[in-house]
Design a binder for this molecule. Structure first.
Ligand code: NAG
Ligand code: FE2
Length: 388
């Protein structure tokens, strides 16, 4: 076990690192939300935009981008030196979606590989436009993760992203609430542009939060239209039948992305899948197991109190029996970390629970003090004790 710990450098990028005057005292005054950012288009209509990458299997990468024109070619050219693309791929899919009067651009998902570990690749999407580059994660320890939830798109988001970008991490993990578009589809495009400088360089592995749901009675009953089209994750590779929950392995870590807003009871597909997924883990290959889920199962904040309780009751035992190491959650716009816990009692064999929902979205930070008054804090915002 000692080796396991020393060999993994788990690097957590937390917004609180970058907050001025942070201290844990009750007098800590939370900085108010900052203005929203809208990132408009900066390239010509035929050029790719909103480029981001995600891991697929052991040594492949999915490259995702959007073009306004429907007829652009879905090709990724790539190689290990700038401007020199000795390989290319057209393997993948393209899609677009409608949401009321909004028509998305053409969303291209192309998988490239096999790729070497811990290696820089240069690539170009659609045969034109700018060159991008990324680094693949290493195949062995150490590996570094950046983990952040509830990102949104404000000036705080920009500061979080800058902080993330200043580190040479390997993989970004995001437990839900990405764009805060909340059905305003152009905000999904803005979010894609805002994160591109980061998400085109390192794989971003995400799961959904409540801000991704976007259901509408009768017309869009199942929701997740924008999310599933734009943030396609490698769910098939882990035997999942839904983009809303999946798992993947990277350098000795098994990472499980759960869905807070899909069925999780003992009869559900998600539950059955999770059971099977945990049973397959070989701790000799992946000594670490991490779980990400949007709504925290343990939470001392007043915000969202009890919301994760039914999912905890359903699935906690599975994680406990599988000896999951850490569970990361978002939703509550705060940072907190629990000791190892199982069924509300400290337990050496339980996972550590961490909330990292302080990515910088427009709703601001969650209030813990019962005396919190919304007006005092920020008259302009939606408040954080209300539904998020
Ligand atoms: C990845 O590459 C860097 C730079 O070449 C090297 O310093 C590092 O040790 C490598 N990491 C692993 C896990 O191989
Ligand atoms: Fe949330």
């Amino acid at each position: 076990m000692a080796k396991k710990y020393s060999s993994l450098l788990l690097f957590l990028l937390l917004l609180l690192d970058s907050l001025p005057n942070f201290n844990a005292s009750p007098e800590y005054s939370r900085p108010p939300p900052r203005p929203a950012i809208f990132a408009g288009p900066t390239r010509s209509k035929s050029e790719p935009e909103q480029v981001h990458i995600s891991l697929v299997g052991k040594d492949h990468m999915r490259v995702t981008w959007i073009t306004s024109h429907k007829h652009e070619t879905s090709i990724v050219e790539y190689g290990t030196s700038p401007g020199n693309y000795d390989k290319s791929s057209m393997t993948g899919e393209r899609m677009s979606y409608r949401y009321f009067f909004y028509n998305s651009g053409e969303i291209h998902h192309i998988t490239i590989g096999s790729l070497g570990p811990n290696k820089t690749y240069y690539y170009r999407c659609g045969g034109n436009g700018p060159e991008f580059s990324f680094k693949t994660p290493p195949s062995t320890f150490p590996i570094e993760f950046a983990i952040v939830g509830d990102l949104g798109q404000t000036e705080w988001t920009a500061s979080t992203l800058e902080h993330i970008g200043s580190k040479d991490y390997d993989v970004l993990l995001l437990p839900g609430d990405l764009s805060y578009a909340d059905t305003q589809q152009p905000l999904w495009d803005s979010f894609g542009r805002l994160v591109e400088p980061y998400a085109s360089k390192r794989p971003w592995m995400v799961t959904h939060g409540n801000h991704e749901i976007e259901t509408f009675p009768i017309i869009y009953r199942h929701g997740f239209r924008a999310y599933n089209s734009r943030w396609l994750m490698p769910y098939q590779q882990s035997g999942s039948t839904s983009n809303l929950y999946y798992s993947f392995d990277v350098a000795g870590c098994h990472v499980i992305m759960l869905g807070s807003y899909v069925d999780f009871d003992a009869q559900s597909d998600q539950y059955t899948w999770l059971q099977g997924d945990l049973a397959k883990v070989d701790r000799g290959v992946t000594p670490w197991i991490f779980v990400l889920v949007h709504v925290p199962w343990y939470n001392t904040n007043l915000a969202h109190k009890g919301e994760g309780e039914s999912m905890r009751k359903s699935m906690e035992e599975l994680l406990y029996n599988a000896r999951v190491d850490v569970v990361f959650a978002g939703h509550v716009h705060a940072y907190e970390r629990f000791t190892r816990v199982y069924d509300n009692k400290a337990d050496q064999c339980g996972p550590i629970y961490m909330t990292i929902g302080d990515g910088g979205n427009r709703e601001g930070l969650a209030m813990m003090a019962p005396s919190y008054s919304k007006e005092e804090f920020d008259p302009g915002s939606e408040g954080t004790l209300a539904k998020l």
